[in-house]
Design a protein around this ligand. Structure first.
Ligand SMILES: Nc1ncnc2c1ncn2[C@@H]1O[C@H](COP(=O)(O)OP(=O)(O)OP(=O)(O)O)[C@@H](O)[C@H]1O
Ligand SMILES: [Mg+2]
Length: 261
């Protein structure tokens, strides 16, 4: 059995701080599952995701994607092997349309990840029609085909979030890393975004999710890993996590709003 993704004892030090302390986890061999990583603020979740996707190198430990050691590889090389994280709003260009963003992301994932290099290549224009069709299909998968020709500066926050997700999907990933995709969304928007996340997983994309909205996490996850001060303290099904005394302790004092119990 080849594991989809495996982190082995991933450790990251920032000076004296152990942001990730020997974190190991794996996504088995069944595609299309949703695996969540939760933990209080500062637990090391984003650091861990950056290491998985190649945006930061671990101090020690390793990351294996479909059996291949991808530790320390650049993000575009990891993307080419099937794992991407979604783009944050900082990667959005106000003057470009939604469709242009998805096409651009498609190119960036495949090439050097460098914008000037992309703009220079003739190659960029060659497959424009096919690219536009594919980009539109991604927007439609997320139910936002109607904003394809809107420029980003006219789009409300909820749409920009979905656009970030669409840009991640443009690479046709097998593994998608989502870091707080529902942050800043109202309950109705969150419910829709959760539904869309399920739809993406339903297409066979394995999803790794960091999210503080526990209601969303509990409803969507097949499996959950819990980080606390850089260490993995628990892993299990949503029910097991809900019932785990160590997890409740880690969230003590805010369990009502954060853990939803
Ligand atoms: N580049 C960095 N340099 C120094 N310290 C960092 C850096 N990035 C993160 N940290 C520290 O590492 C710890 C883990 O941060 P990280 O962002 O991974 O947490 P998180 O679990 O994503 O938190 P949140 O839920 O608030 O997003 C924190 O104490 C943070 O201050
Ligand atoms: Mg974070």
């Amino acid at each position: 059995m080849t594991l989809i993704l495996e982190a082995r004892a991933v450790t990251k030090r920032f000076g004296g701080l152990l942001a990730n302390d020997g974190i190991s986890l794996s996504l088995g061999d069944t595609p299309g599952q949703v695996t969540s990583v939760i933990g209080p603020n500062g637990a090391g979740k984003s650091t861990f995701f950056k290491i998985l996707a190649g945006y930061a190198a671990p101090s020690s430990g390793s990351v294996h994607l479909f059996g291949e050691d991808v530790t320390g590889m650049k993000p575009h090389r990891i993307a080419a092997r099937g794992m991407v994280r979604t783009f944050q709003e900082t990667t959005i260009f106000p003057q470009l349309t939604a469709l242009e963003h998805v096409s651009l992301a498609h190119q960036l994932h495949r090439q050097s990840g460098d914008l000037p290099a992309f703009l220079d290549t003739r190659h960029a224009r060659r497959d424009e029609t096919r690219l536009n069709e594919e980009a539109l299909a991604v927007l439609e998968l997320l139910d936002i085909g109607r904003i394809a020709h809107e420029v980003a500066q006219n789009l409300p926050h909820g749409f920009l979030r979905l656009l970030g997700m669409a840009m991640g999907l443009a690479a046709k990933p097998k593994v998608l890393l989502l870091d707080e995709p529902y942050a800043g969304l109202n309950p109705e928007e969150t419910a829709r975004a959760v539904e869309l996340t399920r739809r993406i997983a339903g297409q066979g994309v394995s999803i790794l999710l960091v999210e503080h909205d526990m209601k969303a996490v509990m409803s969507i996850s097949d499996y959950i890993h819990v980080l606390y001060f850089g260490k993995k303290i628990a892993a299990g099904t949503p029910q097991q996590i809900r019932d785990n005394p160590e997890v409740i302790e880690a969230y003590l004092g805010k369990e009502d709003e954060e853990l939803g119990i």
